[in-house]
Design a protein around this ligand. Structure first.
Ligand code: GLN
Length: 476
């Protein structure tokens, strides 16, 4: 039995048919983590004993002949900006090094209630800010496909853990692409649901109007099972809804896929483009109709994202001030008064990129610049949303590359923040418009994974996921 080939459904079959005990299965994953993690650095913490104990309980249930649900005994990894009660939650930052989560995030509570085993917390770019996994205060994560390369970010640990078969599925968070882009870089699947379909209660906020928790896995069905377990209205998050569109089409022949021409323009690696075009041909041959569409405000998406996001980052991260949460230099000889506590603590325990975003955001929100930047960006955000709405009057889905390039080498983009920001150019508009999107694996360039993104209208997840399932089957 190869861990690499195990889907949730297959694990469920194996443990209910007693072909393997839950304990044995969990121990195999834990062993894999022990072996691979020192090099990959996907996990910040692993809950070994508790996971085994939980597996033993499930085995007892199975022995007694009790029925178990599909998620019971399934090992899941959680990005370390999502709270797991009584465990450390660092958000990849030094400032939260000693922070113990006082409660479970809603998504974690739901997974636990359904019997999933939370095996550990995964590494991330500090406060989910980054595209490469290199901005974690606890060391960079490496891409399991090639250790010289970045796994993408910011859900770097979750993507690498799944790709290296340390867990079958994991949760990440996606503010501008942080589930889809690392999924693409690691050759797995990452899904960002419509804004509001999954509760953010217990997710350490980066940019509240963009953040969304989403699953990563090795096949569409696994991702769908996790998404269905975590979705739904939550009284602890007033932005949640449980509305979903009905699926009206079942077959690929009925589906119209739009290709936004702006997403294939300059800046796209030609080999990536070629692979995506091959996959488009595959879909066409399988009966889908393909149509070119235009999203005319695409050129402004990244700038708009970087204004809205940094503004919200500066406001959300103001709470890490040496008083309310986490570490503090209060009482040290570097501190003479209250202002020093704020300044010195933040200077010491926040990373460079996080500070850069806070400064940009504070600038955009300050008197005199608010109208010129923040307010303008909000208006352009509406135009971007309207572009999508217009496109979805003509087509059911949009298809694009997930990232303009294959994974890049560790260290390659650290010196130039703008090149790093370009990694989000094809994913960030989806968050601005609050839409659902999934990254599927599309092929490889020089043995490095390339991802393809399917974007759907708001609340179209049932349809989007079933088409994604059909599509992925065509080329794997
Ligand atoms: N890479 C993007 C950024 O740095 C997105 C981050 C995210 O989605 N959490 O802002």
């Amino acid at each position: 039995m190869e861990l690499s080939s195990l889907s949730i459904r297959e694990i469920h079959r194996l443990i209910t048919k007693k072909e393997i005990s839950t304990q044995e299965l969990v121990e195999r994953y834990l062993k894999k983590i022990e072996k691979e993690n020192p090099e990959i650095n996907a996990f910040l913490e692993v809950f070994k004993e508790e996971s085994i104990k939980q597996a033993q309980e499930i085995d007892r249930k199975i022995q007694k002949g009790e029925e178990i649900s599909i998620l019971e005994g399934i090992p899941v990894a959680i990005k370390d900006n999502i709270l797991v009660a009584d465990k450390r939650c660092t958000a990849g930052s030094k400032i939260l090094e000693n922070y113990i989560a006082p409660y479970d995030a809603t998504v974690v509570r739901k997974l636990k209630e359904k019997g999933a085993i939370v095996v550990g917390k995964t590494n991330l770019d500090e406060f989910a800010i980054g595209s490469s996994g290199e901005f974690s205060a606890y060391g960079a994560t490496r891409n399991p496909k090639n250790l010289e390369y970045v796994p993408g970010g910011s859900s770097s640990g979750s993507a690498a853990a799944v790709a290296a078969n340390m867990v079958p599925v994991a949760l990440g968070s996606d503010t501008g692409g942080s589930v889809r882009q690392p999924a693409s870089f690691c050759g797995i699947i990452g899904f960002k649901p419509t804004y509001g379909l999954v509760s953010r209660f217990g997710l350490i906020a980066m940019s509240s109007s963009l953040d969304q928790i989403g699953p990563l896995g090795k096949n569409v069905e696994d991702v769908k099972i996790i998404y269905e377990a975590i979705k739904g209205e939550d009284e602890m998050d007033s932005t949640t809804v449980s509305f979903l569109q009905k699926q009206t089409k079942e077959r690929l022949e009925e589906v119209k896929i739009g290709i936004p021409k702006e997403y294939f323009a300059r800046g796209i690696n030609p080999k990536v483009k070629e692979i995506i075009e091959d996959r488009i041909k595959d879909l066409e041959l399988s009966g889908a109709s393909i149509e070119e569409v235009s999203l005319p405000h695409t050129d402004y998406a990244l700038a708009t994202y970087y204004i809205v996001m940094t503004a919200e980052v500066s406001s959300n991260l103001a709470r890490y001030d040496g008083i309310k949460y986490g570490k503090s230099l209060s009482g040290s000889d570097r501190v003479q008064n209250l202002l020093d506590v704020y300044l010195e603590t933040r200077k010491e325990f926040l990373g460079e990129e996080v500070k850069r975003r806070i400064m940009l955001g504070t600038y955009c929100l300050s008197v005199g610049y608010y109208d010129a930047y923040y307010l303008q960006a909000q208006k352009v955000r509406t135009l971007i949303k309207e572009d999508f709405e217009r496109a979805f009057q003509k087509v059911d889905f949009l298809l694009t590359p997930t990232s303009p390039t294959p994974p890049f080498k560790l260290g390659e983009r650290l010196e130039n923040p703008l090149t790093m920001y370009m990694a989000d150019i094809l994913t960030a508009s989806v968050n601005l418009a609050g839409l659902p999107a999934i990254s599927l694996s599309a092929g490889e360039v020089d043995k490095l994974p390339v991802g393809l993104q399917l974007i759907g209208p708001a609340f179209s997840e049932n349809f989007l996921l079933s088409i994604a399932q059909l599509a992925q089957r065509i080329w794997t």
